[in-house]
Structure formats: structure tokens, C-alpha cells
Design a binder for this molecule. Structure first.
Ligand SMILES: [Zn+2]
Length: 159
């Protein structure tokens, strides 16, 4: 048997921002899940603590609750994607990946955010998506290692 394949009963309310955990993260600095890297124009970029690859970043929409990029004005959407691309540039510059993965999902937490992480030499899944559980079901990285990654990413953007 697989898990029940149903969206939560309150899904429409969650899409509209009910109990949104990411709304509470914006502007709050470091937390148990991630550390703050930088603010963009309408976004916040954070570094994930639990990751089997270094420099796993999340770019969050920071100007209120929005679920999908198509809910933004054209100008706001352009700012969002520019900041996503800038995060990718920082990862490319600091970690020299073979590939960068950009994932805008929101199937568990429907607040607009994009996962940006490098695919590096030695990656166990070449040519395929990185399985979510392998990516995130690991103990949190220690602060000195996270701060080293954060410093490398900020330096790559001159921040
Ligand atoms: Zn939200």
C-alpha cells in the first residue's frame, strides 16, 4: 500500500497562506532549518542545514504570501527569477558544479520558493534528478561548515 494520494482537505486555504511556515521564516534570520544568506529585491536566499550536497540554497518570495510565480506581476516575477539566477551564479562561481538544479515545487509548503543546488563531481545520480530523501534526510551540518559555505557564496556575489 502506498500513502493516501490526496491533497490536504484545507489545501485551498494553505495555498492562500493559512498556517504558512515560510511566511514566518522571512526576515527572521537563521533558524533550525536554514541560515540567512542575503536579501534580494523581493526575495530572501537561505542556505539549508540538512543537505547531502554543499550550497543547497532556497530562494523565497519575501513580499507576502504568494503560492505560484504566475500570481506575481510581470515585473515582480522578473525580480524573483533574477534573484534565483543570481543564487545559481553564486553557486557556480563558488562550487564549480557540473550542473545546477532549480526546483520550484511547493507541493508540501505552497509559498513561492525555488530550491537551487549544485550537482558536483562524484554526484551519485548523474543524468537523473537527485532523490529528495537522499538530498535532505541527513543530520544538519555543523555551523563552521555552513558558515564556510555561506561566506563562499556571499563572496561570489560580492556581498
Ligand atoms: Zn507564505
Amino acid at each position: 500500500m502506498t500513502e493516501a494520494a490526496e491533497w490536504p482537505a484545507d489545501w485551498s486555504a494553505r495555498m492562500a497562506g493559512k498556517d504558512c511556515p515560510l511566511c514566518g521564516v522571512v526576515g527572521g534570520g537563521d533558524n533550525d532549518h536554514s541560515i540567512f544568506l542575503w536579501s534580494g529585491e523581493g526575495t530572501e536566499t537561505r542556505l539549508q542545514r540538512r543537505s547531502s550536497v554543499p550550497a543547497y540554497c532556497i530562494v523565497l518570495w519575501a513580499e507576502g504570501h504568494v503560492a505560484e510565480p504566475d500570481e506575481l506581476s510581470t515585473q515582480a516575477a522578473a525580480r524573483y527569477w533574477r534573484d534565483v539566477v543570481e543564487t545559481g551564479r553564486a553557486i557556480r562561481s563558488a562550487f564549480e558544479p557540473l550542473k545546477i538544479n532549480y526546483l520550484t515545487l511547493g507541493n508540501a509548503v505552497p509559498h513561492l520558493h525555488t530550491h537551487v543546488f549544485p550537482r558536483l563531481l562524484g554526484d551519485p545520480f548523474p543524468g537523473r534528478p537527485f532523490p529528495w530523501d537522499v538530498l535532505t534526510d541527513v543530520p544538519p551540518a555543523q555551523d563552521p561548515e555552513l558558515q564556510r559555505q555561506a561566506a563562499a557564496l556571499r563572496a561570489a556575489l560580492g556581498r
